[in-house]
Design a protein around this ligand. Structure first.
Ligand SMILES: [Zn+2]
Length: 266
């Protein structure tokens, strides 16, 4: 049988790296082969027809030729451009953050169809939310509710990603002694993987409020489309963010680039 020389795939573009004068190494995230790098030749030339379809966060249909080291993009056609997301700085930064998380946490060439759907659905939601924000702004309406929702989406994405790759935080029982978590002030420690009862939390843990635990549990067990529209105050948002960042930092052993930028915009 003749060896197949080229193949199609759909992909979300996670990252770019310039290569030589006119080429790029593009990091694709695909449903079947997971994350991997390919070469896009000539995409930095102004006349390139492929370039627009291989932009960061684009969701595209791509034809690839098998290469000796990296496969080579023959053709790319965008399926969804997320145009609204691209014109709102906050939403675009959220999207870039998701791409950074996937890039950091997912191993090369390992299929993660659940994470793929998570990323695609999250980008769609961000795009919709950016469009809604523009409508509100042009109608002179008070803006803010959408922001609240996207901040919650950040936490939903983080917790869903961690769960999908086997780092699901323990939030219902004590991560140390297994006792059921009671509605009192409990602790949280990333190194033990979750919440700690008051007896165990004196040693290592940062405090975590019952409200924060409830929100995280809900996000852990609910599909995004079914997460109710509730309005969390700034204090609770900050607590949730700090808890999730501590967990991500523990697994990555470093900070993420997008964090400081998200903080500035928030
Ligand atoms: Zn305990």
């Amino acid at each position: 049988m003749r060896q197949q020389r080229s193949y199609p795939t759909e992909a979300i573009i996670l990252k770019h790296l310039n290569l030589g004068e006119a080429d790029r190494v593009v990091t694709l995230f695909t449903p079947r082969k997971g994350k991997y790098n390919v070469i896009a030749k000539g995409t930095r030339r102004p006349v390139s027809r492929k370039a627009g379809h291989l932009e960061l966060l684009s969701y595209s249909q791509i034809q690839l030729a098998l290469g000796r080291n990296l496969d080579i993009v023959i053709q790319a056609v965008e399926r969804e451009h997320f145009a609204h997301l691209r014109t709102e700085l906050w939403h675009m930064t959220c999207g870039i953050y998701f791409a950074e998380l996937v890039d950091r946490f997912i191993e090369d060439t390992t299929a993660h169809p659940d994470v793929y759907s998570l990323l695609l659905e999250s980008l769609r939601f961000l795009d919709m939310s950016a469009a809604e924000l523009k409508r509100q702004r042009s109608g002179g309406m008070l803006v803010g509710q959408g922001h609240n929702r996207t901040q919650l989406l950040l936490r939903y994405f983080e917790i869903s990603l961690l769960s999908a790759i086997g780092y699901e935080p323990v939030l219902r029982t004590c991560a140390h002694c297994d006792a059921e978590i009671q509605p009192v002030e409990n602790g949280f420690t990333p190194s033990l993987g979750g919440a700690l009862c008051p007896n165990c939390s004196h040693l290592w843990a940062r405090p975590i409020s019952m409200n924060a635990l409830k929100v995280l549990r809900l996000l852990q067990r609910t599909a995004w489309a079914r997460v109710p529209y509730f309005n969390l105050d700034a204090h609770l948002h900050s607590e949730l963010e700090a808890v999730m960042y501590s967990l991500l930092r523990f697994h990555l052993e470093r900070d993420l680039k997008a964090w400081s930028f998200l903080e500035m915009l928030r």
